[in-house]
Design a protein around this ligand. Structure first.
Ligand code: PMP
Length: 427
């Protein structure tokens, strides 16, 4: 065990999740690759969603950060700050939300916390609807709306949370239903729930559940939910922390796959937009955003340095059509992985959109989750020079693939080959 791992154990809580039996110390990166402390190079198929949406050490972002850091790093909310105003204008315009206002935070957790503060204040209710198997962050309130108990250590909460069916179909009562029947059943469940509650503030949902294992509700489900919620005045919060900025290939935001009823009332984002710098944020209609009648600031949210990174990264991803790249390269990668999965006794399903792809593993010949195989494939892929993620409910048996959006076709093919070999090692 490396001495750094011993030092980590000495100072960090036991619940801090570290990947790998021999934890990895990443020292630097470039493009879609990272290097460890022993000088080994890995193709990074997970960092794109963790932090580095576009590419590691992207010169455009590095330069913008260095220049801004050399000029001024100051509070972002008591004084004007040009990069923050410019990024807010661009995010507001891209959000699809009319009369949009933006508030920057430093993480997805804090963005969701702010969304909950807005929704509960606006509606005068502490009831929140959330999806089963969801993940929304690690603050006290975010844990309270997280329906995935592997990541939600307490049921105590300032909110009363009611969980709704729809985010995941596997191993639930609706497992064998086709899309239209599934949508009907989930809507009936929601209607029934609303008949038994007071007046919930909002429903919060991930367009594709991230930590929950990259599970997509069928297109049309959230639009059907919206029709019901709108009748009851319940707000819609779309948690775009993983699905935003073109990752799904087809759309810039995840909500657009369900967009018949227009944009969400509140949208939250984080992770990728700073290409690794800590940016989170909330977008809402002015009427909702301005419902708080006390002052608030975020000392570090909207810092000129992170905002400069966000602006440079956003320009890069739009100019290079990385959404289109996610669609093209992700489409090829998912096809290739489906072919590999068809030959593996452990693979139940390969699913996804764009560069957000999940491979669900089961015990051969059964429908039972196979977390041991997922852990073994993660290790084997690392040995082969590929970093991937895992997720999917309490039994983390879904391999998660979310590379930087600039992934090339040869890199996709190389990663698929390493994964095929890793899967063979557990078959
Ligand atoms: N929402 C979703 C959908 C997430 O995936 C995450 C992070 N995994 C969060 C919120 C929390 O973001 P952060 O870790 O930046 O607080």
């Amino acid at each position: 065990m490396s001495s750094l791992h011993h030092r980590h154990l000495a100072v960090s809580p036991d619940w801090l999740a570290l990947y790998y039996k021999r934890p990895l110390e990443i020292t630097h990166g470039e493009g879609r690759h990272v290097w460890d402390a022993d000088g080994r190079r890995y193709l990074d198929f997970f960092g794109g969603i963790l932090t580095t949406m576009t590419a590691h050490a992207l010169p455009e972002v590095t330069k913008a950060v260095a220049e801004q850091a050399g000029r001024i790093i100051h509070s972002s909310t008591l004084y004007l700050n040009r990069p923050m105003v410019e990024l807010a204008e661009r995010v507001a315009a891209l959000s699809g939300i009319p009369d949009a206002r933006v508030f920057f935070t430093t993480s997805g957790t804090e963005a969701n916390d702010t969304a909950l503060l807005l929704a509960t204040t606006y509606r005068g209710s502490n009831q929140v609807l959330a999806m089963r198997n969801s993940y929304h962050g690690r603050s006290f309130s975010a844990v309270g709306i997280t329906g995935n108990n592997a990541w939600s250590p307490t049921s105590l909460s300032p909110l009363q949370t009611l969980y709704v069916h729809g985010g995941v179909r596997t191993r639930g009562p609706y497992e064998h239903l086709g899309d239209p029947e599934f949508i009907k059943a989930c809507v009936a469940d929601l209607e029934d729930l609303l008949g038994h509650t007071r007046a919930p503030a909002a429903l919060i949902a991930e367009p594709i559940q991230g930590v929950g294992g990259f599970t997509s509700p069928p297109d049309g489900l959230y639009a059907a939910f919206r029709r019901v919620l709108d009748r009851h005045g319940v707000l819609w919060i779309s948690d775009e922390v993983q699905t935003g900025w073109g990752r799904t290939g087809e759309h810039f935001w995840g909500w657009q796959a369900h967009g018949e009823n227009g944009p969400p009332d509140i949208l939250t984002f984080a992770k990728g937009i700073g290409n690794g710098m800590s940016i989170g944020g909330v977008v809402a209609r002015a009427e909702v955003m301005n419902c708080l009648d006390a002052n608030s600031i975020s000392t570090f949210g909207g810092s000129p340095v992170t905002m400069a990174a966000g602006l440079a990264n956003l320009s890069y991803l739009l100019e290079h059509d990385l959404q289109g790249n996610a669609r093209r390269v992700g489409g090829l990668l998912i096809e290739r992985l489906r072919a590999i999965g068809a030959g593996s006794s452990c693979v139940r399903e390969v699913r996804g959109r764009g560069l957000m792809i999940g491979i669900e593993l089961v015990r051969p010949g059964t429908d039972e989750a196979n977390p041991e195989a997922a852990a073994a494939v993660l290790e084997a892929a690392r040995e082969g020079g590929l970093l991937i993620g895992k997720g999917g409910g309490h039994n983390t048996s879904v391999l998660r693939i979310a590379p930087p959006l600039s992934l090339t076709i040869p890199e996709a093919e190389e990663g698929a080959e390493i994964l095929a070999e890793a899967l063979r090692s557990v078959d």
